[in-house]
Design a protein around this ligand. Structure first.
Ligand SMILES: [Ca+2]
Ligand SMILES: [Cu+2]
Length: 386
């Protein structure tokens, strides 16, 4: 097993604060290798108490239609029973790409109630309305205090966020700090740093959003964040066990279906899909449920805590009904960080490094850490479960 850092996610932290100062630590953690630790230290899966499917079974959507007209900008996701997770990448059907993903196995049966989901990622324009209406200040905009970080040198207590920067030439892909930097003054209004602005970017997904920021927006909008199971049910669009949210072919009919990364990672994005970096929302075809960008563009927050062994625990209990995630977070590669699940991958996803734009895969992120490839969308419970 090769040694790899967590794929696709920015360096953790409250690292955002004393980022440069703790980078050394995180670096040790990441080069120690998430994959290595996962395979070595993950507790064995509990013995299944009921027989469970060895692979993907058909999705059985609920037949009940939506009980009300769709809220503005949302679509009805019928809910139902489906198979969640990724194939073992050593088998023919490589759902996880070239990247071993023990945390996305075993494939297990899950049932979710029907719900409404935003058709697109939350945009800058939508976030601006929220910020104007409420005066909400995101975590990336707040100056970290000495109280929060008693041991950090005062000069490191600066507001900012994590920004992707292409490298001048090819680099070994085991060290994400080569292409992630802590950028002073980066936040949703200034995605690449103080000199960047949102002119012409109203329809781009809002980025540099930490988990509590997304929760605050959702509450204001009368919505909530999706659970991981809801996100995956919705992203699969009624299909089962397909590699991509649109099917098994990366480019059906030669057409790109998502904003991901082409060219040599992380040196140059050749933008064959039309976009180097972020794209405005809904530039690619919707999936089977009418959702755009549930693969690629920006990672999206889910409400579940992250644990690598959660799927194994669920699989042991038969069909999991409306799972809400484990009671507490645990990431063996950074055991002191509290992480929640990210889904959907981003404009940085590529077969060369991270294939987690595939629907059965999982991302994770420390809750106060934003980045310029991380956003969210909201859901609203259906009438039945209100
Ligand atoms: Ca792209
Ligand atoms: Cu990725």
């Amino acid at each position: 097993m090769s040694r790899k850092p967590p794929k696709g996610s920015p360096p953790s932290a409250r690292r955002r604060t004393a980022w440069r100062w703790v980078v050394g630590l995180a670096l040790i953690a990441s080069t120690a290798g998430a994959a290595f630790v996962l395979t070595r230290k993950e507790p064995p899966a509990p013995a299944p108490s009921t027989p469970r499917p060895a692979g993907f079974l058909p999705t059985k959507p609920n037949s009940a239609p939506a009980s009300a007209p769709a809220p503005d900008g949302m679509v009805w996701i019928p809910g139902g029973e489906f198979s969640m997770g990724s194939e073992d990448p050593t088998t023919d059907s490589v759902c996880g790409g070239h990247d071993p993903m023990p945390d996305a196995r075993p494939i297990h049966r899950v049932y979710v109630d029907g719900f409404w989901m935003d058709r697109t990622e939350v945009t800058n324009e939508q976030w601006e309305k929220f910020a104007q209406a409420t005066g909400y200040v995101t975590i990336a905009e707040r100056v970290p205090t000495q109280e929060e970080f008693p041991t950090a040198p005062p000069e490191n207590l600066v507001a900012g966020s994590t920004v992707f920067t292409p490298t001048p030439g090819p680099v070994p892909l085991h060290d994400m700090f080569q292409w992630w930097r802590y950028q002073t003054g980066a936040n949703w209004r200034h995605p690449e740093g103080p000199t960047a602005d949102l002119k012409g970017r109203g329809q781009y997904p809002v980025v540099h959003i930490a988990y509590p920021d997304a929760v605050a927006y959702a509450a204001w909008a009368g919505k909530r964040l999706p659970t991981e199971a809801e996100f995956e049910f919705a992203a699969r669009g009624g299909l089962s066990g397909k590699t991509y949210v649109w099917g098994d072919e990366l480019k059906p009919g030669g057409k790109w279906m998502a904003n991901i990364y082409e060219g040599k990672f992380p040196v140059q994005d050749t933008a064959e899909d039309g976009f180097a970096g972020l794209a405005p929302v809904a530039q690619f075809p919707a999936n089977g449920y009418g959702l755009h960008d549930v693969a690629g563009n920006v990672w999206e927050w889910c409400s579940d805590w992250y644990r690598p062994d959660y799927y194994a625990r669920l699989a042991a209990g038969g069909v999991a009904r409306n799972p809400q995630g484990p009671e507490s977070p645990w990431d063996p590669s950074e055991p002191t960080e509290k992480k929640r699940v990210h889904k959907g991958g981003s404009f940085l996803c590529t077969d060369q490094y991270c294939t987690r734009y595939m629907p059965g895969t999982r991302g994770k992120g420390e809750v106060t850490t934003g980045a310029n490839h991380l956003g969210f969308r909201c859901v609203r419970s259906g009438a039945a479960s209100k």
